[in-house]
Design a protein around this ligand. Sequence first.
Ligand code: NAD
Length: 391
Amino acid sequence: MVSFKKEETEKFRLAQPANTDCAWGIMQLKIAVLPGDYIGPEVMAASLPILEAVLKRSGHTLEHSTHPVGGAGIDASGKALPDSTLSACQQADAILFGSVGGPKWEKLPPAEQPERASLLPLRKHFKLFANVRPGFLPKTLMDASPIRPERIPNGIDMVCIRELTGGLYFGQPKRTTTLPDGDIEGVDTMVYRKSEIIRITDVAIATARARGKKLLSVDKANVLECSVLWRKVVSEHVAATAPDLTLSHMYVDNAAMQLVLNPAKFDVLLTENMFGDILSDEMAVICGSLGMLSSASLGDVKNRHDLPFGLYEPAGGSAPDIAGQNKANPCAQVLSAALMLRHSFGLNAEADAIENAVKKTIADNIRTGDIAFGGASVGTKEMGEAILKRL
Ligand code: NAD
């Protein structure tokens, strides 16, 4: 086992992939499991045995409790984020989240909809300002990407770091007003502070250091004041604290094009909230199925192990169209559990083991329908069992 001092391990907290091992012995992991709606409980049920097995093998103890959230929360107690669920999250080291929402609750007022009324309050409560989304397409899954294979001879392996709590989605004023002349005006405000830019840049720096040491910051500095500040702060902060990294900048419109033209050139992409929302979904598409992509939302709050408290969830939604049919791909949920082990517990070897088991399963041509392209496919449960077998 490679041993790191805790400060050094801290540097790896956002690293991936990392090649270190947990430095401080046997751990007790306490996680709040929030499966949510439609395919959420199905993919969660396929993932938990994998998490349990990898921890049991290395002697760590896992304490997990399951709580309703989203539509299930509304059905259980009238609230998408029931008080008992929030309280369980507060007592946990990390949250493993499924996905929420769907037609059953679509007629509720927007502010009470499952996603808006559960995920946003959780992000706000735990100050989860950084969204880390790996975009990974193994060579064996090339046929899942809409990109021509000759453009991605080695697949895709990148990470998008999106600022999650600032910018246009949260800036004030935000309103719709009827003007004196009878016209109607909608207003959103894009606002960023230097301190917000620095803290998300630190996340990107830690991630880039653990990978290819290349960092690309995406903005719209030719038009937006916020982006001019963003570019200046990122440049100065990286020059001052991470001269070992190669930093480049790109306008967001060009980044959207380059992701399709040259996806293999991307490594760590840092960007603000709205640009990250759009670019990370584009990244998801070029990496094949939504069912393969995990994500971590992290902040300054530390857990009992003095590591970042985080919320870990698949990039996709609750997929009502395939729910209850044993069709959903559980890989995104399984890989989210691996991200959790890496970031909130420093268990890099265990995270690697899960990720390798997923890769091996796909390489062995065991696939759910979304990545089978008319070939033989297995169900959610069987895919989970196949990953478990290869662990
Ligand atoms: P979706 O991501 O649920 O589904 C889009 C498409 O991807 C569907 O065809 C679906 O079958 C497929 N898909 C998604 N995950 C898959 C998986 N694991 N395996 C195989 N195929 C998969 O998006 P949507 O249909 O626009 O939204 C459905 C509901 O999910 C909505 O209520 C929406 O608000 C909610 N949603 C929730 C979250 C979240 O919980 N974080 C995120 C996005 C959407």
